[in-house]
Design a protein around this ligand. Structure first.
Ligand code: CP
Ligand code: NVA
Length: 303
């Protein structure tokens, strides 16, 4: 039975820690390669653009001895030209792994149900689990996770959904500040809270960015307009007024707090140049860690 990672919830708290430990160990070694995917093919099906996820997954598959094939948004027509079940069934006959970036989370479930090979979520409208693994790794490297406070300021979107559940799994205190109508959904807050209760962490949903950031160890934000929401850009810009991560907001955090952003950033909207390019920003470590976290995840899946 193949194991898929469609949601961060597909990984227990122990498994998240195990994958992050593994990523940290591999990153520290001079020889960062493995053979878990030797002779295998990983198919990357992307329905949205990508820099980090596409490059890091191609490299992760290659570093583990496999070969990566990339299909760009216009090529497959997942759910349009062909049903996810048919795409999965066919791809599973050629390939040993499917990495998929899509809109609707159910496309991933349908691919996984028909392919017979592991499917990994490379971002959907609902979640971005591989980003969350890289983020936990980055926080581990920059001061640690358990008992520390992560403030997320912005949209209750795919990134914070996976991040809150992953960070709660490793004992962090998470405060999320979003404007009314853009909060993280209650089901995800409940899952994060359930995991936090087991790990010694906590989760609070707030509306005031200053209250969220006050004394925090990590300040995190993401775009106010995610891929696929472009038609709402104007109304979102208005709704998020006052939620920008700027130097004044970061000054409310603990001294030396890390500033995180999954990128791509909309500079001058959710974050200022000064903060994104400033000394507290760890966004390039975060981007690099996509490779280490995903390589560790694939090695773990295929061990
Ligand atoms: N953070 C992230 O997923 O970036 P890309 O969209 O470039 O892959
Ligand atoms: N929330 C953003 C993340 C991009 C990596 C989006 O879905 O577009």
């Amino acid at each position: 039975m193949s194991r898929s990672v469609l949601s961060v919830c597909d990984l227990s708290a122990e498994e998240i820690a195990e994958v992050v430990d593994r990523a940290l160990k591999t990153k520290q070694q001079a020889e960062r390669r493995g053979s878990q995917l030797s002779g295998m093919t990983g198919l990357l099906i992307f329905q949205k653009p990508s820099l980090r996820t596409r490059v890091s997954f191609e490299l992760a598959v290659t570093n583990l001895g496999g070969r990566a094939l990339y299909l760009s948004p216009p090529e497959v027509g997942l759910g349009e030209r062909e049903s996810p079940e048919d795409v999965g069934g066919v791809a599973g006959r050629y390939c040993d792994l499917i990495v998929c970036r899509t809109f609707d989370q159910t496309n991933l479930d349908r691919l996984a149900a028909s392919s017979g090979v592991p499917v990994v979520n490379a971002l959907s409208d609902w979640e971005h689990p591989c980003q969350a693994l890289a983020d936990v790794l980055t926080i581990r490297e920059h001061g640690g996770t358990a008992g520390r406070t992560l403030a997320y300021v912005g949209d209750g979107n795919n990134v914070v959904r996976s991040l809150a559940i992953a960070a709660a799994s490793v004992g962090m205190h998470i405060r999320i500040a979003s404007p009314s109508g853009y909060e993280l959904d209650q089901g995800s807050v409940n899952e994060a809270s359930r995991r936090a209760a087991a790990s010694g962490g906590s989760v609070s949903l707030l509306s005031d960015p200053v209250e969220a950031v006050d004394g925090a160890d990590v300040v995190y934000t993401d775009t106010w307009t995610s891929m696929g929401q472009e038609l709402q850009a104007k109304q979102r810009l208005e709704a998020f007024t006052g939620y920008q991560v700027d130097a004044r907001l970061v000054a409310q955090a603990s001294r030396g707090a890390s500033v995180m952003h999954c990128l791509p950033a909309h500079r001058g909207e959710e974050i200022t140049d000064e903060v994104l390019d400033g000394p507290q920003s760890v966004v390039l470590d975060q981007a690099e860690n996509r490779l280490h976290a995903q390589q560790a995840l694939l090695a773990w899946l295929f061990d």
